[in-house]
Design a protein around this ligand. Structure first.
Ligand code: BEZ
Length: 211
């Protein structure tokens, strides 16, 4: 059965380029990003894993642990990492899960047989410290994902978790955010000392509270 937002992210133990990992234990109190790619030694995947490595400090600043997965084996992963490091000018040191028996791919419904019988598509899950699935995105094999968008969603999710605000269309870090409907305007005025702009009773903005 496919996963839905709010479900507990399935736990598993897997071999990875950083050793054996038990997923929930590995995440601990961190947020997690688990993403699949179709295969090792493919061009789009090489750029995606390179970008993920280059964004290491951005993920760390948000308390996010990143894991990649494909149905390739550990030896392939390890030698492909040399190519990624060489061509993308990075050091990949996040775990890449070897999933030749498709255990993780099956748990997370990452193989869509009508797209490919044999390979994982580009699935990406953001998982909260409560181990619940917060975001699911699914891209075709031929389209590399936008990891700046992934960071933007993490920022939005963390603002919601910590400050009871939501983020409007095309929001970027630093811009005004939206007071969630569950907070009354009276309470919002107390909660957000930088001010609350009431456009409609249901549409209220406040400066990003954690700046
Ligand atoms: C790639 O990662 O480069 C790729 C994988 C499958 C189909 C097309 C591109």
């Amino acid at each position: 059965m496919s996963l839905r937002l709010g479900d507990i992210a399935p736990d598993y133990t897997a071999q990875t380029t950083e050793g054996e990992i038990s997923f929930h234990k590995y995440l601990g109190d961190s947020w997690g990003v688990l993403f699949s790619h179709p295969a090792d030694y493919t061009p789009v995947c090489t750029t995606e894993l390179g970008r993920t490595a280059a964004l290491k400090a951005e993920f760390a600043a948000r308390n996010v642990k990143v894991l990649a997965v494909s149905v390739d084996g550990l030896d392939n992963h390890k030698s492909w990492v040399h190519d990624i490091n060489e061509t993308q000018k990075v050091t990949v040191d996040f775990p890449i899960i070897a999933d030749p028996d498709r255990n993780v791919a099956t748990l997370y419904d990452m193989i869509h047989p009508n797209a490919s019988e044999n390979f994982t598509i580009r699935s990406l899950f953001i998982i909260g410290p409560d181990k619940k699935v917060k975001l699911i995105i699914t891209y075709p094999a031929s389209t590399g994902r936008n990891f700046v968008e992934v960071l933007r969603v993490i920022d939005s999710l963390q603002l919601t978790a910590n400050y009871s605000v939501a983020t409007p269309v095309d929001w970027k870090a630093g811009e005004d955010v939206i007071v969630v409907p569950a907070v009354s305007t009276e309470d919002a005025i107390k909660k957000f000392p930088k001010g609350v702009k009431v456009i409609k009773p249901y549409l209220r903005y406040t400066p990003q509270p954690n700046l």
